[in-house]
Design a protein around this ligand. Structure first.
Ligand code: ATP
Length: 221
């Protein structure tokens, strides 16, 4: 069973992007404050959060009044108004917010957000496009995390030829240069599986390794 730590999040900008982040976090039992300059966005009832506030995030006093500094994460989901997005990130970092995540409209906007202190810049269209291509190239890959340019953690549907075999016999490290770090079997997560662990049909394997090695492994029949 996964144990989730409760953390506090503020999502600034409740367009489609901000709402989907806020909703998912709230559904996961996290404390979420939704913020938007537009009162209608707050009142239209398209989302549920712990608190919702109307304010202009480019005004330091307004941010201070909701105790923005105390949130573990602040997500700046303002898109079209680049000036507001940049100014908001700058203010948040100046005010000492620990982790600021910001959405960029394009490469230049992303570079400026990084310069003013954003801890994580998201390029939704570009990132999603890359994920779709990755998934099309390796249909067995269910999910992945990029650790660096070359190394990934990927969740892979096990090939039928590997069912009813244990990890020792499969010897993934020697044969494919990847390491199994977990198995998802019938919704149960087995972390650091033992070499005796037998893979069942429908199991998913979480592996770490060079992305090229994982691609080879993910395409085994
Ligand atoms: P999406 O593409 O996510 O659907 P959108 O196209 O509706 O977003 P954006 O310009 O990306 O609109 O802005 C997202 C939200 O950010 C809007 O609801 C907007 O009112 C809000 N917003 C813009 N400027 C500020 C600001 N200074 N303070 C707080 N909220 C803001």
């Amino acid at each position: 069973m996964l144990i989730m730590v409760k953390q506090s999040y503020a999502v600034i900008g409740l367009g489609r992007f901000g709402i989907s982040i806020a909703t998912k976090l709230h559904e996961a039992g996290q404390e979420v404050m939704g913020i938007d300059i537009n009162e209608e966005r707050i009142d239209d009832g398209k989302f549920v959060v712990t608190h919702a506030v109307v304010l202009d995030s480019t005004e330091e006093e307004s941010l201070r009044s909701v105790g923005i500094r105390n949130f573990d994460y602040v997500i700046v989901a303002i898109g079209n108004d680049m000036q507001a997005s940049i100014l908001t990130v700058m203010l948040l970092k100046e005010m000492g917010v620990e982790k600021v995540i910001a959405k960029a409209l394009n490469k230049r906007h992303g570079q400026v957000l990084t310069k003013v202190g954003a801890d994580w810049v998201i390029h939704p269209e570009r990132d999603m496009g890359e994920r779709v291509a990755h998934q099309l190239l390796s249909p067995n890959v269910l999910n992945y995390i990029e650790l660096s340019r070359d190394y990934n953690i990927e969740e892979i549907m096990i090939p039928s030829g590997m069912t009813r075999k244990n990890l020792r016999d499969l010897d993934l490290r020697a044969k494919y240069n990847v390491n199994a770090i977990a198995i998802v079997s019938n919704e149960n997560l087995i972390i650091s599986p033992s070499p005796e662990q037998v893979l069942q049909e429908g199991d998913k394997l979480v592996v770490i390794g060079h992305r090229d090695d994982i691609t080879v492994f993910a395409n085994v029949e």
